[in-house]
Design a protein around this ligand. Structure first.
Ligand code: GTP
Ligand code: MG
Length: 312
C-alpha cells in the first residue's frame, strides 16, 4: 500500500507545529512549544499506524507560503488523504482570513473531485479561556459558514489545546481512524465488553498513544477521563521501558472514588497494542474488584483474538 498523506493546514501561528510536537512527544513538550519558530514551507515526517505508512505534512501558514500552495495546489495538496485544519480561537480578528483560506483549499479539492475528510481543530481552546462565550459564538459562525461543504466533504470539528494533550490526541486519533473503516467496530465491541466486566472505561491504543477504540460509561466526567489518560501515558512508557506485558494499578478521582486499572500489551504481527481497562473499586468488597481484574486478565486471549479479527 502506498503511504497515506495527511496535511496540517491553517494560518501562521495557529498552532500546527505545536500540535504535531505534542502528538509526537506527549511529555515535556511545553517549553519546546513556547519557543517554536514559524515553519518555512512544508515540514514532512513519517510515522506508522496500524502497519500503514503515513506522511505528515506541516504546511507553514505564512501568507507567502499559502500563496505558493494555492498557486499550484495539485503539487502541494493533490492526493491528500486527510486534512487537519487548525484555527486559533484566541485570534478572532483572523477568523475571516482563516475561513477564506480553508474555503480556497476546499474549492481546490472540489474542483479535482478529491474529497479527503476534513478535521477542523478549534485550537488554543485553553482551560482558562476568558471570553469563552464570545469564542463559542464565533466557532458556531464558522461551523455555519462551512455547512455549504458538508454535503460533499466529511467535516469534523474538535476543540483542542496544547494544555490538554488528550484533546489533541483525540482529534488526531479520530481523524486517523476515519481512514480505517472497521475502527468503529472496536468501540462498539468495547461497549458490549464493558457490560460483562462492569468497566467504566475500555480503550485500545497503539504504541504512540493513538486511540484505536474507546468506550467509557456516560457518567465518567471529562476531568476523570483526562486523569486516566495522563496516568495511562505515563504507565505506557514505563511498561515499554520495563518490557512488561501486563500492568495493574490503582488510583482515585478527585472526589475520592477509587478505581483499578489494568493494561495489557497485545501483539499482532510485529505491532504492539495496549488495552486499558478501568473498573471502579468496590471499597466494601475489595475481593470483588480483585476477581474482576482476574477475569479481565483471563479473557486476554479471547480479547486479543476478537480485536485482531476486527482490525486486520
Ligand atoms: N495559548 C495557547 N497557545 C498555543 C497553543 N498551541 C500553540 N500555541 C502557541 O502558538 C504559537 C504558534 O504555534 P506554532 O505551532 O508555531 O504555529 P504554526 O501554526 O505552526 O505557525 P506557522 O508555522 O507559522 O504556520 C506558539 O507560540 C505556541 O506556543 C495552545 O493550545 N494554547
Ligand atoms: Mg509551524
Amino acid at each position: 500500500m502506498s503511504p497515506k498523506k495527511i496535511g496540517f493546514l491553517g494560518l501562521d501561528n495557529a498552532g500546527k507545529t505545536s500540535i504535531i510536537t505534542g502528538i509526537t512527544k506527549k511529555f515535556g513538550f511545553e517549553e519546546e512549544v513556547l519557543n517554536l519558530s514559524p515553519t518555512r514551507r512544508i515540514d514532512r515526517d513519517t510515522f506508522k499506524f496500524l502497519g500503514v505508512e503515513f506522511i505528515r505534512m506541516d504546511f507553514g501558514g505564512q501568507e507567502q507560503y499559502r500563496d505558493q500552495y494555492l498557486k499550484n495546489p495539485s503539487k502541494y495538496l493533490g492526493g491528500a488523504d486527510l486534512i487537519y485544519y487548525v484555527v486559533d480561537v484566541q485570534d478572532p480578528d483572523r477568523y475571516v482570513e482563516s475561513i477564506d483560506y480553508l474555503d480556497q483549499v476546499l474549492l481546490f479539492f472540489k474542483e479535482i473531485q478529491e474529497y479527503p475528510p476534513i478535521a477542523v481543530l478549534f485550537h488554543k481552546f485553553d482551560p482558562d479561556l476568558e471570553n469563552r462565550k464570545e469564542i463559542n459564538q464565533k466557532i458556531l459562525t464558522m461551523k455555519q459558514a462551512l455547512t455549504k461543504y458538508s454535503n460533499v466533504f466529511d467535516i469534523f470539528f474538535f476543540e483542542t489545546t496544547i494544555y490538554d494533550i488528550k484533546s489533541v490526541m483525540d482529534a488526531f486519533s479520530s481523524g486517523l481512524t476515519l481512514l480505517f473503516n472497521k475502527m468503529e467496530m472496536v468501540s462498539q465491541f468495547f461497549q458490549e465488553v464493558s457490560e460483562n466486566y462492569n468497566a467504566i472505561l475500555i480503550a485500545l491504543f497503539d504504541a504512540k498513544g493513538i486511540t484505536i477504540g474507546e468506550y467509557y460509561k456516560p457518567h465518567l466526567q471529562l476531568k476523570e477521563k483526562l486523569k486516566i489518560y495522563d496516568l495511562y501515558i505515563e504507565l505506557q512508557r514505563r511498561i515499554s521501558n520495563e518490557d512488561r506485558s501486563l500492568y495493574e494499578f490503582s488510583d482515585k478521582f478527585d472526589d475520592g472514588r477509587r478505581f483499578s486499572g489494568i493494561i495489557e500489551v497485545l501483539t499482532f504481527g510485529q505491532i504492539d497494542f495496549y488495552l486499558l481497562f478501568i473498573v471502579e473499586e468496590d471499597e466494601s468488597d475489595l475481593e470483588k474488584t480483585v476477581n474482576l481484574l482476574d477475569k479481565i486478565e483471563a479473557a486476554k486471549p479471547e480479547m486479543e483474538n476478537l480485536i485482531y479479527q476486527i482490525i486486520q
